[in-house]
Ligand binder design. Sequence first.
Ligand code: SAM
Length: 262
Amino acid sequence: MADWNPNLYLRFADERTQPARDLAARVVLSTEQPRIIDLGCGPGNSTAVLRVRWPQAREITGLDSSPAMIETARKAQPEGRWEVGDASAWTDPTGEGYDLVFSNAVFHWVPNHAELFPRLLALVKPGGALAVQMPAKAYPALHKLIVETADAEPAWREATQKSRGVIRVLEPGAYYDLLSPQAARVEIWETRYHHVMDQAGAVIDWLRSTGLRPWLDALPSDEDRARFEEKLRAGAGVIYPAQADGKVRFPFGRIFLVAYRA
Ligand SMILES: C[S@@+](CC[C@H](N)C(=O)[O-])C[C@H]1O[C@@H](n2cnc3c(N)ncnc32)[C@H](O)[C@@H]1O
C-alpha cells in the first residue's frame, strides 16, 4: 500500500483522537513518572494525549511504520521521541519494560493477534498496562456497500480480492483469553461513537485515509478509483440520511482493551 497521508488523516483529527482520550482516561498506573510507548502513533495526536494525561512521564516514545506520519509528528512536537518502526516486530530495546504500552486505532492493520497481544503484554512491567483501541464492526452498512460496489464490476471484484481480509479484529472473548494468563485484570468495553459530519460524502472523505486505502490502492487506475468513490458517495447518501439540521451522523464502533500485568 502507498504511505499514509497525514494531512488527509488529520482532517477529522478531533473525532479520531477522542477514543485515545477515552482510553487514556481509563488507565490507572501506579507511578506518576511512567515509561510509555505509543505504537502506531500516526501524526502524534494520540502521543499528545498521553503527554497531557501523564505530564511527568519519564519517557514517551511514538513509533510508527510510516515515515510521513513520523515526520509530521516530529514537526508538531519537536520535543518528543519519535521512531520509524514496525509495531508487529517491535521489542523493548533496553529490556527494562514499559509502564504503559498504548496503541490507538492501529492493530486492526496488524496480523496475528494471537502472537502479538501476549508478546506486547510481556513487555509491560508488573502493575503496568497494555491499552489498545481498534475499530470493531465499525461501520457495517458502509462496509457492505464497499463490498457490493467492488463486486458490481468483474475487474473491480478481481482486483480487490486481497483488500477484503486486511482489517482483522477478533471477538472480545478471544482477547480476554489471550491476555488473562499474564494479567492481574483485563477490562474490555465497546463504544459506538456518533460522529457528526456536514454531509454524507464526508464519511467517504474520512475513510479515504484509513479503511478505504486497501480498496482504492487495489483498483487498476485513477479512473476506476474516481468512479468507485463516486458510487460510494451516492450510496452513503442513502445509508446516512440527513438529520433535522441537515447534518449527518456517522455511527462508528470501537473496542477497547486494558490489561494490567500481574
Ligand atoms: C489510524 S492511524 C492511528 C494514529 C494515531 N494512533 C491516532 O490515535 O489517531 C494508524 C497508524 O498506524 C500505523 N501503522 C499501521 N501498521 C503499523 C505497523 N505494523 N507498525 C507501526 N505502525 C503502523 C500507520 O502508519 C498509521 O499512522
